[in-house]
Write a protein that binds this ligand. Structure first.
Ligand SMILES: Nc1ncnc2c1ncn2[C@@H]1O[C@H](COP(=O)(O)OP(=O)(O)O)[C@@H](O)[C@H]1O
Ligand SMILES: CC(C)(COP(=O)(O)O)[C@@H](O)C(=O)O
Length: 287
């Protein structure tokens, strides 16, 4: 085992997006809006003779509830860097539920490996590689750009260098539930779905959490992505006058403002999430 490092990256719930196809990975991605949330992925890395990625899910109390081995997008980054490392990621939010866990895991793991293996990559180089892995593995398009910082974000161009408007509002809170996973790759690989998504894209950036919820809902309705079980949750929120929309891309719902918890309570475990003020960061370095 070589040196070790620990990094954290917040998750990101996309409310609406549109894919932008470029000539390169760097120019490919999405525009749209989302909220960077205080919960995310913690990654521990140790430079090692062989690569091994362990993925942990924890419950509210910190106890491990699921252990998985391997993460193709993270392994892709290690291969591109020409390094081998032992990486353990841990998150509380569910994977495949539209909380941007793949991007958070990639940014946290790449940041930790950069330090543990003394690679001396800049923050832009780390993010560019994480973004490339997302595009190649179809696990996301705009989450890496979003969770480099905090806030309610509006991404105006694809990739990590495009303009991003960030409304940092520590008071902004949402509640979310997830019903079952939705593979991001399965949606991104479907031309019909991508066409409906492109046609549903609302112009403009949200000026508040309420506006973000409203624009997201308009997009969700037009996109054709709302499944019957997500519809039932949205109907319950509507009946109680709570603004809500679908987590992109997951079979889940996020709700904003007063009454959000009560409206979502019948549908499963509620994740109470605050708008993050900061993005990915290195937490610890050890020799
Ligand atoms: N916490 C994590 N640690 C390591 N790899 C992860 C993590 N979360 C997601 N991934 C990788 O991304 C894939 C799922 O991506 P995706 O469906 O886009 O999930 P999400 O919507 O949570 O971003 C997983 O199969 C795994 O390879
Ligand atoms: C919506 C999505 C394409 C995927 O998000 P997730 O399923 O959370 O990985 C996102 O990356 C975006 O571009 O807005």
């Amino acid at each position: 085992m070589g040196a070790t490092a620990v990094a954290f990256c917040p998750g990101h719930i996309s409310g609406y997006f549109r894919r932008i196809e470029g000539e390169t990975y760097a120019a490919t991605g999405s525009i749209g809006a989302g909220i960077v949330v205080h919960e995310g992925v913690r990654a521990e890395a140790a430079c090692a003779d062989a690569t091994r990625v362990t993925v942990l899910r924890r419950d509210r109390s910190g106890a491990v509830i699921e252990t998985m081995t391997g993460s193709p997008p993270i392994e892709y980054v290690l291969e591109r860097l020409g390094v081998t490392a032992a990486i353990t990621t841990a998150c509380r939010l569910p994977i495949g539920a539209g909380f941007g866990m793949s991007a958070a895991a990639l940014l946290a793991a790449t940041t930790a490996v950069n330090s543990a293996c003394d690679l001396a990559l800049s923050a832009d180089e780390v993010a560019a590689l994480a973004h490339e892995a997302e595009v190649v593995h179809r696990t996301g398009l705009g989450d890496v750009a979003a969770c480099r910082g905090g806030g309610i974000v509006c991404r105006k161009g694809p990739g990590i260098h495009a303009e991003i408007v960030r409304l940092i509002d520590p008071e902004a809170g949402i509640a979310a539930v997830t019903l079952r996973p939705l593979s991001t790759a399965s949606v991104l690989a479907s031309p019909e779905r991508m066409q409906a998504i492109a046609a549903a894209f609302p112009e403009g950036c949200p000026g508040s959490l309420e506006e973000f919820c409203r624009l997201s809902r308009r997009f969700a309705e037009k996109s054709g992505l709302v499944s019957p079980d997500v519809r039932a949750v949205l109907d319950a929120c509507d009946r109680q006058g709570v603004p809500a929309s679908m987590t992109m891309l997951g079979n889940g719902v996020f709700a904003c403002g007063d009454g959000a918890d009560e409206a979502l309570a019948p549908f499963g475990e509620i994740y109470r999430l605050r708008c993050a003020e900061r993005g990915v960061r290195l937490l610890e370095e050890g020799r």
